[in-house]
Design a protein around this ligand. Structure first.
Ligand code: CDP
Length: 221
């Protein structure tokens, strides 16, 4: 009988702290990370370039002609390094547009499950605990006020040199949250067995410590 490696699923809305928590846990535990948002962002960027943001079938067919690579936190489409390019809110919107495509989501399911390996995987995304890894050993759903999340995204993008404004980012994040929550396929909702953590007033270290406490309680390492 194959024993599947352990998974910690981290779900939650935009800029709730998923990515940061995932990286910290992976460093502490020595586990692999799946940034599922990066997969949707890569596909969103490609869909925009190919003018296929509203053509699911054609998009799925064309995707087979490209090679996606994820290496040490960097992402590539063929030989193009798109790590920074995919982080803008505009690409976030493209990602959430194609993320409503049912067949496309099915097509990337196995790609995402392929990241599962010993000793364990930290899976970051909106449907990790509900759809991709419903058998995850620990499911965390991060929440934070929209204001706190917009400020975080503002600082993150400013630090990367992008020209952004706080009010516009807040609007874009709220619009994306709405689309992600209201879609019929894999909507952004907490899994029934997930543990909700509000990170609005939690430091990164505090949030990481709290989850490491849960990891120890559940005897996952
Ligand atoms: O960093 P942020 O949470 O803002 O976004 P992300 O995780 O990079 O995801 C970008 C978009 O991809 C989201 O708004 C979702 O529409 C979509 N996505 C998804 O549908 N399912 C996932 N597991 C991950 C991302």
């Amino acid at each position: 009988m194959t024993v599947l490696s352990k998974v910690i699923a981290i779900d939650g809305p935009s800029a709730s702290g998923k990515g940061t928590l995932a990286l910290n846990l992976a460093n502490e535990l020595g586990w692999a990370v799946l940034d599922s948002g990066a997969i949707y962002r890569l596909i969103g960027l490609l869909a925009d370039r190919l003018d296929l943001l509203d053509k699911e079938e054609e998009l799925i067919a064309r995707l087979r002609q490209f090679n996606f690579r994820f290496e040490g936190g960097r992402c590539y489409i063929d030989d193009e390094n798109v790590t920074e390019k995919i982080r803008t809110e505009e690409v976030g919107k493209m990602a959430s547009t194609i993320a409503t495509f049912r067949e496309l989501r099915k097509a990337v399911l196995e790609l995402q499950r392929g990241f599962r390996r010993p000793p364990g995987l930290i899976a970051d995304g909106r449907d990790m605990g509900t759809v991709v890894f419903p058998d995850a050993d620990l499911k965390i759903f991060l929440e934070a006020s929209a204001d706190a999340r917009a400020k975080r995204r503002y600082n993150e993008l400013k630090n990367k040199g992008f020209d952004v404004t706080l009010p516009l980012l807040l609007d874009q994040i709220l619009e994306r949250d709405k689309r992600d929550t209201e879609r019929s396929v894999a909507p952004l909702i907490p899994a029934s067995d997930s543990i909700l953590i509000d990170t609005s007033d939690l430091s990164i270290a505090g949030m990481t410590k709290r989850v490491l406490g849960l990891v120890a309680e559940k005897d996952l390492v």
